[in-house]
Design a protein around this ligand. Structure first.
Ligand code: AOS
Ligand code: ZN
Ligand code: ZN
Length: 389
């Protein structure tokens, strides 16, 4: 049997990092459906993120994206960090962007032109400078680098350029800072992606050193991939840096995590809990684009979905499971896991929220707060909220 008090205690330690870009307008390459009241700058993004944390109690950090969240110089980022702290938040991972400049048409740190590689590396080094100012632990690197046609570039030489660039940035990391390397099977490159899978990311991290870890974005695999196997293996090797949680039906859809396949999310969290990954060493980040749904409630829903999968994973009767596994009791072992998955954990999560001094129903509480109406009135009404509001 599992200890209810222990499950609740663990749930109270949970921390889910929300991404700044999930609060703003975003969409697909076909259309961005803009929404009234979305943040106009990083300061307003933090105002909205503070609401997610206020009503969930487990979303204390916000990932930034450079240049989307660029502010003026070192002092500006220190001001942003202070603004976050005044709202009960901390700034989280710094996400680099080497995929939107025209110069990056043929890649960034894997580009055949050394001058373009230099430009990309200088941006990555700037992101580490920003981490110094914000106190962030993690530099998150996702490279759109790749090729669209056989013969376009040398696959091996691109790996050499990647290794050389990562090594330079790794050497810049300060005490307590980490590099999180994120892989993605395809998109926007369609023939080769220079960091396409967990094996490539893992191999580069091994060469770099202990500060380099892998990020598992749950939308970045071929359909049917056993993601929990990757999670178990990276945890076992001490190289799981974190997650970019979202869900997908077909590709990197960036939908609300748990919305497409809650059973897969449960299986992933089972390996996290079983592998000792339910600690601050693993960053539980969201990476989502809420194109048609209201943003703040969608992020609250995502956080709640991660909590529910975690609560179910914590409810697995590990003794009974191990016993059944050792005996080769296939149905018995599967039954133990399915019993946990079938457990309605909403009551225990309501208790946890009440014990944390929160409303047991975050979405209803947020709706009653009127924040959604207020930001439309304030931000659409033209008052430049900006920082210090
Ligand atoms: C892109 O598909 C990746 O998921 C990135 O992690 C993410 O979208 C990006 O970091 C946002 O800047
Ligand atoms: Zn991602
Ligand atoms: Zn993605």
């Amino acid at each position: 049997m599992t200890d209810r008090a222990a499950v609740k205690a663990a749930l109270k330690t949970q921390a889910v990092e929300t991404p700044s870009w999930a609060y703003g307008n975003s969409g697909t390459r076909f259309k961005v459906f803009t929404q009234a009241g979305v943040p106009r700058d990083p300061w307003e993004k933090l105002q909205d993120a503070a609401k997610v944390h206020e009503f969930t109690g487990v979303a204390p950090t916000v990932a930034l994206h450079i240049p989307w969240d660029r502010v003026d110089g070192h002092d500006g980022y220190a001001e942003l960090a202070k603004y976050a702290e005044e709202r009960g938040l901390r700034l989280g991972a710094i996400n680099a962007n080497t995929f939107q400049d025209d110069d990056y048409r043929l890649g960034s740190i894997c580009h055949p032109d050394a001058a373009v590689r230099r430009k990309a590396l200088d941006h990555l080094l700037e992101c580490v400078d920003i981490m110094d100012a914000t106190g962030s632990r993690d530099l998150k690197l996702w490279f759109a680098d790749g090729t669209n046609y056989p013969g376009q570039d040398d696959i091996r030489e691109r790996q050499d350029r990647l290794a050389e660039g990562l090594a330079e940035v790794y050497g810049r990391l300060g005490e307590g800072q980490r590099m999180l390397l994120e892989y993605k099977l395809f998109e926007p490159a369609f023939y080769t992606t220079d960091v396409p899978d967990w094996g490539t990311a893992y191999a580069h991290c091994l060469k770099l050193g202990p500060k380099a870890r892998v990020v598992v974005d749950t939308g970045h695999h071929a359909p049917g991939t056993n993601i929990e196997f990757i999670v178990a293996t990276l945890l076992r090797e001490g190289r799981l840096g974190g997650f970019d949680f979202n869900s997908r039906f077909y590709a990197d859809d960036d939908l609300m995590v748990g919305a497409a396949d809650p059973f897969q999310l449960f299986r992933i969290m089972c390996e996290v809990v079983h592998g000792g990954g339910f600690t601050s060493e693993v960053a539980f980040m969201l990476d989502q684009c809420h194109n048609i749904e209201a943003k703040i409630p969608a992020i609250i829903r995502s956080v709640m979905n991660v909590q529910e999968a975690t609560a179910k994973a914590l409810s697995v009767d590990r003794e009974a499971l191990a016993e059944a596994q050792v005996c080769g009791d296939v149905l018995g072992a599967n039954g133990v896991l399915m019993d946990a998955y079938g457990t309605d954990v909403r009551p225990v999560l309501r208790e946890v929220r009440e014990e944390m001094g929160l409303d047991p129903e975050p979405l209803a509480a947020y709706a009653r707060s009127g924040w959604g109406r207020r930001i439309v009135a304030e931000r659409v009404g033209g008052r430049q909220a900006g920082w210090g509001a």
